[in-house]
Design a protein around this ligand. Structure first.
Ligand SMILES: Cc1cc2nc3c(=O)[nH]c(=O)nc-3n(C[C@H](O)[C@H](O)[C@H](O)COP(=O)(O)O)c2cc1C
Length: 209
């Protein structure tokens, strides 16, 4: 496994490389985790950080299929996607995601991402509301580069707020202003049906029951 650690210019952070995939110790990186679950390709967004040991660490909240996948599966692909569209599909319309077999472990890897990291589970700690999941990266595949777009951050932040509203850790009233502003900004930098899909899902999630 080609892997090295270098100190970067940003304070005391350092980077690890899994093949050509770079991860910085001072950032949480948003990946789309995928694996075989109950015989089907399963995918969901997950935040990943580099633990002090050099392992990759995720915090997985209890309940749902993401929890089940992380508690029961032994190997995963972390798909590195700059484009918010695969994130949106993995939450709102999974059947439209396209997969191919990963190079080493033959797990489902997303076709439409910049690259991916294949990982083996090396441990997990049940902390009640959530699970700490530890992964050993074993192989990194980098495919392409895309230029930055302002739709990146906006799309991901909106999706995160939507999933928080779903599980009740955020109230719509709390973030109404942010949601309206973010959707408005997104419409200016992203000509897409997905802006409408997100607007609709957020309106639905915020309707008083
Ligand atoms: C960018 C992004 C990052 C996320 N990171 C996490 C995470 O680290 N842990 C977690 O439990 N859920 C996280 N979520 C929420 C899950 O991906 C989401 O609840 C997913 O729909 C779970 O699928 P399920 O219904 O199949 O369990 C994240 C969502 C987004 C949009």
């Amino acid at each position: 496994m080609p892997r090295r650690s270098v100190t970067t210019g940003y304070s005391s952070s350092h980077s690890i490389y899994i093949g050509a995939i770079e991860m910085s110790s001072d950032l949480i990186h948003e990946f789309i985790l995928s694996t075989w679950l109950d015989g089907y390709a399963y995918a969901a967004p997950v935040g990943i950080r580099v633990a002090r040991s050099g392992a990759l660490k995720a915090r997985i909240y209890r309940g749902g299929r993401l929890w089940k996948a992380c508690a029961t599966c032994s190997a995963f692909v972390l798909n590195a996607c700059l484009d918010p569209r695969p994130f949106i599909l993995s939450i709102l319309d999974r059947s439209r995601l396209e997969f191919e077999n990963s190079e080493m472990l033959a797990l489902p890897a997303l076709r439409d991402c910049e690259g991916y990291v294949e990982c083996i589970k090396i441990g997990s700690v049940d902390r009640g509301h959530y699970l700490d999941l530890y992964l050993q990266p074993i192989h990194g595949v980098a495919r392409r580069l895309k230029p930055y777009t302002r739709a990146l951050g906006l799309g991901i932040e909106l999706l995160i707020e939507l999933t928080r509203i779903w599980v009740g850790v955020r109230s719509c009233d709390e973030i109404k202003g942010f949601l309206e502003d973010a959707i408005d900004r997104m419409g200016r930098v992203w000509v897409s049906e997905y802006v409408e899909v997100l607007r609709r899902e957020l309106e639905r999630a915020c309707k008083p029951s």
